[in-house]
Design a protein around this ligand. Structure first.
Ligand SMILES: [Zn+2]
Length: 322
């Protein structure tokens, strides 16, 4: 599919991040505020993917509003600014990454390996920032216009925090990782069962919608309030109150498998945006000679790729959790 053939509205566009470049810890685009009082160290990270502008909206909002933690430490970072700055409206999905997916290289073999790319350089630069945080909120968005949802490893600490924060109200839980690399939220101790730190991805809506930036801001305020860095009433006053969806039950899905694109011929059997369900054995996609069938009833697809690129993820297959 040709990117340019899709009608695309850009309610969110990149803004100049030069004012945030210097930061205050010696690493570009990283800002840290220590309350001087005991408490958790929370990292709010934006732009792990360069065209996912909602995190930029939320992070810039925190910095522009001069938000400071009442306890603990707050770090705000813009991750893949180099990819972000390559954004081109005629090819709006290209600036997700330049060479590597910055959200799959947070393992020692990649971080300490011999390869070089803009993303590996930035990951190596950000490594101490990610490692220093107790709790991490990594803000993302989706190509398709679907409801916001959490993504996190299936550790009790993550589930408890995400359920309590309660926005988004849909959860994709990963019992055994992504299967396609190590995401930022599973770097080091954050990927281990006994660590104390909570690390969550929030997928806040479609990349270029204004409401996606608003969701990212609300999720960020609620995350900070949950860990006590801001007072709940301050967060609510900033627009973080639960809103009309608060009464609806939260829904959790567990990731069963991540299917990768193996051939140029990869194709879904029908157009998918995410959250479609398939019965056990139903055909979801074909990939060259391979057929991808639903492994269970109520198999729910998440984040189907909008354009199949060999070697990248095709779709997540999940099922509802009891
Ligand atoms: Zn992303």
């Amino acid at each position: 599919m040709d990117d340019a053939a899709d009608p695309m509205h850009f309610e969110l566009r990149p803004r100049d991040l030069a004012p945030y470049r210097a930061g205050n810890v010696g690493i570009p685009y990283v800002h840290r505020f220590d309350s001087g009082r005991p408490g958790p160290h929370v990292l709010v990270n934006a732009l792990t993917h360069g065209n996912e502008f909602c995190g930029m909206v939320a992070a810039a909002h925190l910095l522009d509003a001069g938000v400071r933690p009442r306890i603990g430490t707050l770090t705000v970072s813009f991750a893949n600014v180099e990819a972000y700055e390559s954004f081109d409206e005629s090819r709006p999905f290209e600036s997700r990454q330049l060479a590597h997916n910055l959200n799959r290289i947070w393992s020692s073999p990649w971080l300490e390996g011999a390869e070089h790319s803009p993303e590996l350089r930035r990951a190596r630069e950000l490594r101490p920032v990610v490692a220093a945080a107790d709790h991490i909120l990594d803000l993302h968005s989706t190509s398709a216009d679907v409801q916001p949802f959490w993504v996190y490893p299936h550790f009790a600490r993550n589930g408890a925090a995400a359920l309590a924060i309660a926005l988004p109200r849909v959860h994709m839980v990963m019992p055994s990782g992504l299967g396609s690399g190590t995401p930022l939220i599973q770097h080091g101790l954050h990927g281990t069962p006994d660590h104390h730190g909570v690390a969550l991805v929030a997928e806040c809506g479609q990349h270029f919608k204004r409401t996606t930036g608003e969701v990212a801001q609300r999720v960020t305020w609620r995350f900070l309030a949950h860990f006590g860095l801001v007072e709940p009433d301050v967060a609510d006053a900033a627009g973080a109150a639960p809103g009309p969806s608060a009464g609806t039950p939260q829904r959790r899905y567990e990731l069963l498998e991540t299917r990768m694109v193996k051939t140029e011929a990869f194709a879904f059997t029908r157009p998918l945006v995410g959250f479609e369900t398939f019965a056990q054995g139903e055909l979801i996609a074909t990939d060259g000679g391979e057929a991808i069938h639903a492994p269970c009833d109520d198999c729910t697809v998440m984040m189907p790729t909008r354009r199949a690129i060999v070697g990248r993820e095709a779709v997540y297959l999940t099922r509802p959790m009891a």
